[in-house]
Every structure is written in structure tokens, then in C-alpha cells.
Design a protein around this ligand. Structure first.
Ligand code: ADP
Ligand code: MG
Length: 306
């Protein structure tokens, strides 16, 4: 079973850079899949390729997948329509389809479709990889995604309860089916079981590691402190914090040496965050990570640090 790593943090701190470099480093030890769940996909830009919603091979040991939540939501609802066809009276099918189409625009639809794709990835498609690295969207989005199994579990429980009582009252829109073989109820129970399985994998420190990328700045510090606490409150272990874009070794009096001084208290506060064992520093490089040479430089730094 693949080991999973998530990289979270504020926009612009270096999640995509660090996740991609870490995937590159790990791929030397076994087949690795790098997945983006950020709707603003940057991985294909970074690697200068056009990856789609299917798994693309970057090189022998490294695959890439950019999940498009909107496309997943569409695909998911089409599947629901196909599934429901046999359980609904034909005369009501149009009406039911209209309701399903409306679900596409409802709050949380993209997230739950994204989560469904993640579930498939983690439970059904992970066997051939040794490492799966997630480059995630900015923090709030990721936290919701990770706490989704719990929420969806409760939501499905509610549906199961409603479905059971509905069946007793024999509603007009559902075809009569004997209680012991209710296919809708079976599907719901199956979904719930899969969500619990994913959750178990996510909270198991031997299988999953959460990493935060932070910059030595006030807003990134505050957000990292909050996010780490949120995850720990949900019993999700946090493996490490990567303090990225650190300035050092600059001549005194220089504008950048003042910036470096300003970074110091934030670095020490990031290092003091409780409940997280590993804290690493990565320097701010002379230029952004836009070519192979600088990307390799980040890979080497990470390789030496971990
Ligand atoms: N250590 C670093 N030194 C120099 N530039 C960096 C470093 N880390 C990231 N960058 C640059 O910062 C910008 C944001 O990084 P990115 O990885 O896209 O952040 P995120 O995915 O968190 O939004 C990019 O232009 C990237 O090249
Ligand atoms: Mg990014």
C-alpha cells in the first residue's frame, strides 16, 4: 500500500514546488504519483507538459494527475443518473434528473466529487505506487477535504435512516422493492464503508503524513498555527513544517539583511509549533523555480534535509 503525503499551506508559499520536488526525490526509491487537487493547477506549468484529468507519465517512476473537480462533479452526477434510472418510475425520471442537475451547482458539490475521486485513488488505484504526493489547494479547502470522510459518514447515516423509513412508508417515486434487497440502501452503506476506510488511512501515521509549507511571515505563521491545531484536533497527525524562502548570509545593512532579521522571530515561532516533529528550512533561491536547474536545486536541498 502506498505511503501518502499531503502538502498544505497558504497560496504562494511553495506547496507546488515542494510537493513536486519531494515527488521527484521519492521517485528514485519507487513508483510515485504526484496529484494536484488545487483547481489552479500548476504542476503541468512547472513540468512544461499538458497533463489532463488522466494519469500522465512524466518519467519511468513518476506519474502525474491533475484532478479537475468540476469535471469530476459532472462525471459523478452522470453516473448517479445512470444508476437511478432503474429505481425510479419512468414517468418521474425527467423530474428526478432535473434535481440531480441542480445538485451540480449546490455548495460542496465540487468538493464531494473531488473527494470521490480521491477515495477511488486511495482505495482502488494506489497499489501500484510506493508514494502518493498531494499538492493541495490553499489551507481551508484542504482541511474541509480531509474532514469530509467524517462529515460524509454522518450525512450518509442520515440518508440511510431516511431511506429506511421512506421504504416503510412506500413513497410514490420509488419502485416497490423488498426491504432486504434495497439497492439504494446497499449503495449508501457501501459509500459509508469506503469513507471510513479512507478516513482510517488518513489518520494512520504509518500510512499518511501531512506537511505544511510556510514562509517566515506573519500571515503564513498564523495560518500554519491554526491549520496544525485543526488537524491535530481531528486526530490527524502532522509530520512536518517546511519553512520555505528563508534568507541568510547577507551583508549587514543591506535591504535583504533587514528582511532576514525580520524573518527570524517567525522562523523560531514556526519551529516552536507543538505536536509536529520535523521542521525544515529551505532557502529563498536567486530566482523562481521555473527551469530544470533551479528545480534540481530544490530537489537536492530537500534530499539532503530529509
Ligand atoms: N525556495 C524558493 N526560492 C525561490 N522561489 C521560490 C521558492 N519556493 C517557491 N518559489 C517560487 O514562489 C512561487 C510560488 O510557489 P508555488 O510552489 O507555486 O506556491 P503554491 O503552490 O503554494 O501556491 C513560484 O513562482 C515559485 O517558483
Ligand atoms: Mg500551487
Amino acid at each position: 500500500m502506498a505511503r501518502i503525503r499531503f502538502y498544505g499551506g497558504k497560496g504562494g508559499v511553495g506547496k507546488t514546488t515542494v510537493a513536486a520536488a519531494q515527488a521527484e526525490v521519492l521517485s528514485s526509491s519507487g513508483p510515485t504519483l504526484l496529484v494536484s487537487t488545487d483547481p489552479a493547477h500548476n504542476l503541468s506549468d512547472l513540468f512544461d507538459i499538458s497533463a489532463g484529468s488522466e494519469i500522465t507519465t512524466l518519467h519511468a517512476n513518476l506519474d502525474l494527475l491533475e484532478i479537475d473537480p468540476e469535471q469530476e462533479a459532472r462525471r459523478y452526477l452522470d453516473e448517479v443518473k445512470a444508476n437511478i434510472r432503474e429505481h425510479v418510475r419512468p414517468a418521474l425520471l425527467d423530474e428526478v434528473h432535473r434535481h440531480i442537475d441542480m445538485a451540480y451547482y449546490s455548495p460542496g458539490a465540487n468538493e464531494s466529487a473531488l473527494f470521490d475521486r480521491l477515495t477511488r485513488l486511495i482505495l482502488d488505484e494506489s497499489a501500484e505506487y510506493e508514494h502518493i504526493i498531494f499538492d493541495t489547494a490553499p489551507t481551508g479547502h484542504t482541511l474541509r477535504l480531509i474532514t469530509l470522510p467524517e462529515m460524509m459518514g454522518m450525512w450518509v447515516d442520515g440518508l440511510i435512516g431516511r431511506r429506511s423509513s421512506l421504504q416503510k412508508d412506500s413513497p410514490q417515486w420509488v419502485r416497490d422493492v423488498p426491504e432486504q434487497s434495497d439497492p439504494v440502501l446497499e449503495k449508501l452503506k457501501e459509500r459509508k464503508a469506503r469513507f471510513s476506510q479512507v478516513r482510517e488511512i488518513l489518520v494512520d501515521a504509518n500510512k499518511t503524513g501531512f506537511w505544511f509549507v510556510a514562509n517566515p511571515e506573519k500571515l503564513s505563521l498564523l495560518e500554519t498555527q491554526r491549520a496544525v491545531k485543526d488537524l491535530l484536533d481531528h486526530r490527524i497527525p502532522v509530520k512536518g513544517i517546511i519553512i520555505n524562502k528563508v534568507l541568510s548570509g547577507l551583508p549587514e545593512g543591506d535591504f535583504f539583511s533587514k528582511r532576514a532579521e525580520a524573518q527570524k522571530p517567525y522562523i523560531s515561532k514556526l519551529k516552536r509549533i507543538k505536536g509536529v516533529k520535523t521542521k525544515l528550512e529551505l532557502p529563498l533561491l536567486e530566482r523562481d523555480i521555473a527551469d530544470q536547474a533551479t528545480f534540481r536545486q530544490i530537489c537536492r536541498l530537500l534530499h539532503d534535509a530529509v
